[in-house]
Design a binder for this molecule. Structure first.
Ligand SMILES: [Zn+2]
Length: 192
């Protein structure tokens, strides 16, 4: 088992390059998609699914859900699941609240829509562009059962893509035959 890489806030301009990197290293990840961006990059979203990645729900336009009415929260989640399923043919089973902000009522509502909350156990601070080496160190230092938070959107994420490429190359170089070092498969995704 290897740390599970998760990417929030896409699909976006650097998502395609990221998919190339993940494919090169046969690494399966989870993408928490922002619903309003899905239609514009439908091809990429279909490729995510075809490449074996898991598609998650990150709301329609990334609000702080705690500030919304329950009916507005339901719309945020429902519309996003709908566009993902219409685009990729699979309904998301996981959601991640924007900024990690949620509460019991939000989690229960999401559960009613068939969505389990998946948070993260290791942050990389990649959202503030700390430099490629810092992001690589966070990924490579993550324990085997970690869920790692990264971002492929909404703006350019050159540092993140480069860091993932270097971290996966380092992981493979360590011991390419050790099953424990193999990237996570879809079946290994924990239910958090
Ligand atoms: Zn986000």
């Amino acid at each position: 088992m290897a740390p599970l890489l998760t990417f929030d806030d896409g699909p976006a301009p650097d998502t395609e390059r990221l998919l190339d990197v993940l494919a090169e290293h046969q690494c399966h990840a989870v993408f928490f998609l922002v619903g309003k961006h899905v239609a514009a990059r439908a091809q990429l979203v279909r490729r995510m699914s075809a490449d074996g990645h898991t598609l998650g729900n990150h709301t329609w336009d990334h609000p702080d859900l705690r500030q919304l009415s329950l009916s507005a929260i339901r719309e945020q989640l429902r519309r996003t699941s709908e566009v993902i399923e219409a685009t990729a043919g699979v309904a998301p089973r996981y959601f991640r609240p924007p900024f990690g902000y949620s509460n019991r009522a939000i989690d229960a509502l999401a559960g009613g829509l068939g969505l389990s909350k998946m948070m993260w156990t290791v942050g990389t601070d990649d959202w503030r562009d700390p430099g490629v080496p810092a992001i690589v160190a966070s990924i490579c230092g993550a324990p085997a059962d970690a869920v790692v938070l990264l971002h492929d959107g909404p703006r350019r994420r050159g540092q993140t893509v480069q860091a993932v490429a270097e971290a996966l190359a380092a992981r493979r170089a360590e011991d390419p035959l050790d099953p424990a070092k193999r990237p996570a498969s879809r079946e290994e995704i924990p239910h958090l």
